[in-house]
Write a new protein. Sequence first.
Length: 751
Amino acid sequence: MTPDARAVHEPSAVREPSDPEAIREPSDPEAVREPSDPEAVREPSDPEAVREPSGPQAAGVEDLWQRLAHVEQRVRHAVAARHAVDPEPDDPYRGQYLTPEAVERIVASRDAFAPVPAYGSGPAPHSPPGSRIGRLAEDFGLAPLDVELLLIALAPDVDIRFERLYGYLNDDLTRRRPAIGLALELCGLPAASSGRFRFSPSAPLVAGGLLEILEADRPLLSRVLRAPDRITAHLLGDDETDGRLHGLVRAAWPGAEPGTGPEARRVAAALGTGSGLVYLLDRGGDPGGLAVEALLAAGRRPLVVDAPALAAAPGPAELVRALAAEARLSRGGIVLGPVEALAPERPEGARLLRGLCAAVSGAPLIVYGKKNWDPLWTGESPVPVRVPPPGPADTARRWRRALAEAGASAGLPAGPPPDDDGLIEATASYRLDSEQLRKAAAVASRLAVLAERPVDVRDLRTAVRAQNGAGLERLARRIEPAVGWDDLVLPSATRRQLSELALRARHRDQVLGQWRMRPGGGRGRGVIALFAGESGTGKTMSAEVVAAELGMELYVVDLSSVVDKYIGETEKNLERIFVEASDVNGILLFDEADAIFGKRSEVKDAHDRHANVESAYLLQRMESFDGIAVLTTNLRAHLDEAFTRRLDVIAEFPMPDAGQRLALWERCLGEAIPRDAELDLEFCAGRFELAGGSIRACAVTAAYLVAESGTPLGMEQIVSAVLQEYRKLGRLVLESEFGPWLERARGRGEG
């Protein structure tokens, strides 16, 4: 025997089974204490270490002590009976080997009723109404025998003496938890009785996650029973969430209140019918927040599950059992979503969802997502509830509450909170669920703390942009707006059209969602605009300005990642872009849109047919799009006419006139570059008919020439830059445009 093994069996570690008094004398402090003395079990060492304060919680724990005292009495009977027939009471290594005489006794013995009184033959304590043990039995459907078996299993976790005594009764001092055979014996049941079926996978104790059966490779009667720590903690009065669920489940955020609206009342009523399974179909609303409000209205504790984390967990089946047990223990309800994160169309995702629905079995379960519920996902069909987008007042209320809670936790200095009008104006174009809104409020509060001021609109917009996922960045180029209305030089009509685009994006949920101004046909609540004009007239920059006005980011679609030579792949790539764009607070920009939104043509071969299929798909997809998209083209005549009906705003970008060109020259050159006194920008604006993009290119080229020469910016550098731009554009150089500056340029060899 190794020294470690010998140390386990030293009398100082475990009471000597060879000493009869250690078992039979209750007066010995180290022996089994009298079950009639409740303090014997309740206070193994420090009375303050376990004793609960007075009140309902203390009464519930007192009931546990009384029930464990009854278990102790049965253990005492079993120990005394075992000791009475022990032929070798003085052997300190009992349980480590078998003598020939012991083998003969085992062969000669038969399975018979244990010496412990049969279950129900003696008086057993009954839990008072409302006790935790009584509630546990009611919520999990436990029979009285199940409760006794559970108490036998968790006794070592409450009183260390049971651990030592179970080792003696197991005839193996290394096995200090009750085996199934010992648990049946302590209940006065034979090994071949029907009690063994209380440990089957479908039995309430095991299926409900109240008991774990260890060492599955052993015979059934030798398998060890263990009560999870969460069950023991619950019976001792602890209501903290199971440690196995940390990072996966959280209770409702602080300050959440029961819902009083019609949707919340309807969902709360649906939770009390049938299986309690409800599916919230997200149509631009806040299904997670509605689920929490409905559970609170129904008197349930919301348990919000991180669906992507559950799907990625290495052992989801065990977590599902722990989650179902937690919902029953706390008499709460589960909020799970979005369902798309579980990929229920795949076998593993469907198994996970079906297992969760079966495990909760009567506890409220609210699932939400954007897909319609498939009856094949689970054996029980849910009550479907459509979740519309919230109104401006409701959105402002949610933001005020989230900012107040986040500001308090971040230590934000006291200041006037944003008024409803300011919140509505700043956040009207954003579409956030409750979790995203809570995170955005926390980020905005922290930004305000760094600046030592109250939260303002800039903080809100930065925080909302931080909630955008990275999925769209793999398909489009992300641009954080850095320009504003003052940077645009456009005709007044074009500016009005841009303002109309921002207005539509800001109020689309109210007009298209609440007022239903675009009903039927599966139409989405997207806003689509077309910017048409020559290259360099400011179409892309205008899209960036609109994004800045709305506090969003601009995502420029990379056509090289969309167009594919293989049939059907282009449509798949576009579908991924549309799906990702619907979930971000950003503007989707299709630059040079005529490349993929071109006209349908007469079908002459297979290529024409599939090209028309691609255009037809885009026509349908733009109808159901829920985001904001801008198409730019300098060949408007090449776009299919059917797209025109689906466009909300069409902005024309003409070539700038002389006055606009002068303003563009001033803007592009800026104030930092030194200028020569003879610089004549009016001459440049009047003579050189260039678009804004070309003027910017000329300004940059001239700045490089100034940096090289070390002299102030003059007409020579400007003219040289314009000549280079003309060569790029393939335009003729006319003396009538350049005047005397053309001869000077030719004299330097630049003409």
